[in-house]
Design a protein. Structure first.
Length: 219
């Protein structure tokens, strides 16, 4: 599978011809992809220090955990790390591309389709939510979330995660730019985020497109 051409978050957010359901993410290398999560200070501090997401006993292996390739969607969900003490630290998690594709191949929609089919595993769920702008407003296209549970969590943590970075300091600095000046600050944030994590379209095969409902133009 060839890598898709780069599509920076700044240019992508200015486009109107982006497919309704498309996977966009930062890929540091051809073999890796970055996803974002928000955790409590205790969980995040231990994870970043030890390079293992479940380094703290507060991390619950039995709970479904949602990973987000979209930085701005994670910012919307966590309120730039200020929304909830349980989401006070933002982690940029680098995982293998092979692991990410394996999750996609085994995912079912959160609603509709196989979500209600008896006998179909729901350990990995896919959800499409409105993508968010730098000012966290809704955009016209969707952003992917993956919910991971069961034995898949252990596999993800032990085999597929190759790096964990606590980026909360950057996140809060960017939020301060916007607080100081909505327009000028938003532009500054977008430039810095794009420089740090340039996004590109993640190309997937027809099987994954069908499984995730990516050809649908409505929910």
């Amino acid at each position: 599978m060839s890598r898709a051409s780069n599509a920076s978050s700044s240019s992508a957010q200015g486009q109107t011809n982006i497919p309704y359901k498309q996977i966009r993410a930062h890929r540091p290398t051809p073999d890796t992809i970055v996803v974002y999560q928000a955790y409590s200070e205790t969980i995040a501090t231990a994870a970043a220090a030890e390079g293992r997401l479940n380094a703290s006993s507060e991390f619950k292996m039995g709970r479904m955990t949602w990973i987000k390739p979209s930085f701005y969607w994670c910012m919307y969900r966590s309120g730039w790390s200020y929304k909830d003490p349980r989401q006070a630290r933002i982690l940029a998690i680098t995982m293998t591309m092979a692991g990410f594709l394996t999750l996609l191949r085994n995912a079912v929609p959160s609603t509709g389709g196989d979500a209600h089919t008896p006998g179909v595993s729901k350990a990995i769920r896919v959800q499409w939510d409105p993508e968010r702008s730098v000012k966290l407003g809704k955009l016209s296209y969707r952003s992917l979330q993956l919910g991971v549970s069961g034995d898949w969590v252990e596999t993800w943590i032990n085999e597929w995660i190759v790096g964990i970075e606590d980026v909360t300091e950057d996140v809060r600095r960017w939020k301060s730019y916007i607080d100081e000046d909505q327009e000028t600050g938003a532009g500054k944030v977008q430039r810095e985020v794009t420089e740090k994590w340039p996004e590109e379209v993640v190309a997937v095969d027809e099987e994954i497109e069908e499984r995730l409902g990516m050809r649908n133009t409505t929910d």
